[in-house]
Design a protein around this ligand. Structure first.
Ligand SMILES: Cc1cc2nc3c(=O)[nH]c(=O)nc-3n(C[C@H](O)[C@H](O)[C@H](O)COP(=O)(O)O)c2cc1C
Length: 179
């Protein structure tokens, strides 16, 4: 188990906060690194909540959620949403998206989804979301990274230009690091 966790921590990811609203309007959320795009047509994304998560059943019951993609300057926000219990939204500015799920201020991008399906993923579930709305808020700003169980950020030299398309800028960053 430790070897599995240690080796898989070599895969660097971004971090997102998945949010939803309970029936009484109360906001809920949890930090995940397991967010991924799945399909373009139809537009599907996924994340993997642990079966022990107390927030996941609330997101599942809501049937709709938002993916808040964190910026490099949002470590503290990530820590806030990586704990169980308490009022995670105390002092956190947000507004309701079109599907009612909280869109957190200051994130790089938000992706609103309907919960499309829930698949078995061992001690996690695989939650499949169908994208219903999405917005990039801070084009060109660096993302929060998670690598070997620590937070990080892209070095300035590896950051894509705000105006460049994502695919061409990723290729440029790769060739710089290989040079
Ligand atoms: C960087 C980071 C990534 C995380 N990724 C996941 C994840 O993909 N799935 C998950 O279930 N928990 C993940 N967690 C842990 C959850 O955020 C945490 O267990 C959860 O918020 C606990 O609260 P809950 O009981 O309200 O669900 C992650 C935590 C951190 C700090």
């Amino acid at each position: 188990m430790e070897t599995l966790k240690s080796v898989l921590s070599s895969f660097c990811t971004g971090v997102a906060v998945i949010t939803a609203r309970e029936r009484d309007g109360r906001p809920v959320g949890m930090a995940v690194q397991s967010f991924s795009s799945v399909s373009l047509d139809p537009p599907l994304v996924c994340f993997c909540p642990a079966r022990t998560s107390t927030t996941w059943p609330k997101i599942r019951a809501a049937g709709a959620f938002a993916v808040n993609i964190l910026a490099a300057d949002q470590r503290e926000l990530c820590r806030t949403f990586a704990v169980t219990g308490g009022d995670k939204f105390a002092g956190v500015p947000w507004r309701a998206g079109g599907n009612g799920a909280p869109l957190l201020d200051g994130v790089l991008a938000s992706v609103e989804c309907d919960l499309e399906d829930v698949l078995d993923g061992g001690d996690h579930a695989i939650a499949l979301g169908r994208v219903t709305a999405l917005t990039a808020h801070r084009a060109g700003e660096p993302p929060l990274l998670y690598f070997r169980r620590a937070y990080g950020r892209l070095p300035r030299s590896a950051r894509p230009a705000a105006s460049a398309s994502m695919s061409s800028s990723m290729a440029a960053a790769r060739s710089r690091s290989e040079a």
